[in-house]
Design a protein around this ligand. Structure first.
Ligand code: AMP
Length: 448
């Protein structure tokens, strides 16, 4: 059998690839309105960045990272040698750590300056068990805002996410926005301890994994799907009762700003999210229709300690990531359009083979003028050239025939209405020349 693609990966055929382009373009257009500028960081980073940033106790770091090893280093590893930290590399499992590293490394935070607002798009890699909406290579768009701790950053980030999903065709009423505050270094440690104690007090009803989690990352026990653990965790201490005054005030302000913007949300005191770096605000957007068990289409929150964790100068941060593949499932379930039709303005057909060089010259002129254009490259008859024009969705067929050319005319057929007319070739050429020199050509302009 021919070699297959690795499990958990996808080929994006033209329709999917066009959707991806549309998804990213829409995200950048919406996020750009809120002051975010694009950034690109490497697909692989030093493993230590993720270990320090995301945390060893998370599933993402402890079991899901893909290691990157060069041929030379693989030989060393096989020989039992250790690699220096800078040669221990991993494919990025998420975008935040890399962007925050880039901000620190490039000194983008200027003392006294405005917050740094960056957006990114691209593939992420996690060795998860593949299922519907869960891949090993998947695409995210996201933003990071560093250098500001006001609740307005959190609120505008959440508002922006909801606007984006709506622009992508997911109706507001089919989304559920969950929010919570995870506290900070002042109040969270005591809360973690309380949850840990609570889990150990109910050890006989909890699964082994949760008992292990209780040691390293007790809050993750809220995400366990096992019935026994769910029953116990339903009575666990909840973070709102443990928040310090500052965290409480911050959370109240985020909620007030969302209320004022008319954004509906559900407070979920058990929402803890998978990554270790969150402080204060966390949020997640869920959709039920068409999703299977992976129903979170995006989420994020505040991470005021991450910059320090990775060795940068302290700076508060806020960010989120949205998953393209799950968003596509949600759009399809909402009955909205995910296919972005290919457009072809003009199909150039030649009545006889002798006219192909002339058709080819005209084709280039159309393209230089900014129109999308195609011709036959397989020596087809006129009839099958016109069939191709139809199949390829051309708006116009421009037919070059000896009689028309001799008369300085071009025969044009509107493929939808079947209207036909002869255009003056000199006028068409003058129009295309003018377009090539500046203005972008349109089919309407071509028709004169
Ligand atoms: P996270 O980085 O885990 O907060 O995830 C943010 C978003 O990325 C999720 O809400 C999903 O939409 C998407 N996502 C995360 N992991 C995967 C995956 N393995 N496959 C597809 N999408 C994912």
């Amino acid at each position: 059998m021919a070699i297959q693609r690795p499990i958990g990966t996808e080929d994006l055929l033209p329709d999917d690839a066009r959707f991806k382009e549309h998804f990213i373009h829409t995200a950048y257009r919406v996020f750009g309105r809120y002051g975010y500028a694009p950034i690109e960081t490497p697909l692989f980073e030093q493993t230590d960045l993720f270990v320090r940033g995301i945390g060893t106790a998370t599933d993402v770091v402890s079991k899901e990272m893909f290691t990157v090893v060069s041929g030379g280093n693989l030989t060393k590893l096989v020989a039992g040698e250790d690699l220096p930290a800078k040669s221990r590399l991993s494919l990025r499992p998420e975008g935040t750590a890399g962007v925050v590293r880039a901000i620190a490394q490039n000194g983008l935070i200027v003392p006294g300056g405005a917050p740094v607002k960056l957006m990114y798009a691209g593939p992420m890699f996690r060795a998860e068990r593949p299922q519907k909406g869960r891949l090993r290579e998947f695409n995210q768009v996201g933003v990071e805002c560093l250098g500001a701790e006001d609740p307005t950053v959190d609120a505008e980030g959440i508002i922006m996410v909801m606007r984006f999903f709506e622009e992508m065709g997911i109706p507001r009423e089919s989304m559920r926005l969950l929010i919570n505050s995870m506290g900070d270094e002042n109040c969270r440690p005591a809360y973690r301890d309380a949850v840990k104690k609570y889990i150990f007090a109910h050890a006989e009803d909890m699964c082994d994994e949760c008992l292990h989690r209780a040691e390293v990352n007790p809050l993750r026990a809220f995400d366990c799907k096992k019935e026994g653990c769910k029953r116990v965790m339903a009575g666990a201490p909840l973070i709102p009762d443990w928040l310090c005054d500052d965290c409480k005030a911050h959370y109240e302000q985020v909620k007030a700003l969302l209320d004022a913007a008319g954004i509906a949300y559900v407070e979920d005191p058990t929402l803890v999210r998978g990554l270790d770096y969150y402080t204060r605000t966390v949020f997640e957007v869920q959709v039920d229709n068409g999703m299977g068990s992976q129903n979170a289409i995006g989420g994020g929150g505040r991470y005021d300690k991450l910059m320090e964790e990775i060795g940068g100068k302290p700076a508060p941060g806020f960010g989120f990531a949205l998953g393209l593949e799950r968003c596509k499932l949600a759009i399809e379930a909402a009955g909205a359009q995910t296919s972005v039709p290919a457009t072809l303005d003009v199909y150039v057909a030649a009545v006889e083979d002798d006219l192909r060089p002339e058709a080819f010259r005209f084709l280039q002129q159309l393209r230089d003028a900014g129109l999308s254009a195609e011709m036959d490259h397989q020596s087809r008859s006129l009839k099958s050239q016109l069939k191709q024009a139809n199949k390829q969705g051309a708006r116009l067929a421009a037919i070059l025939g000896p009689d028309e050319l001799a008369a300085g005319k071009l025969h044009v057929r509107d493929m939808a209405s079947h209207d036909e007319r002869d255009l003056d070739l000199a006028a068409v050429r003058a129009y295309l020349d003018a377009c090539a020199a500046g203005a972008t050509g349109t089919v309407e302009g071509l028709l004169g």
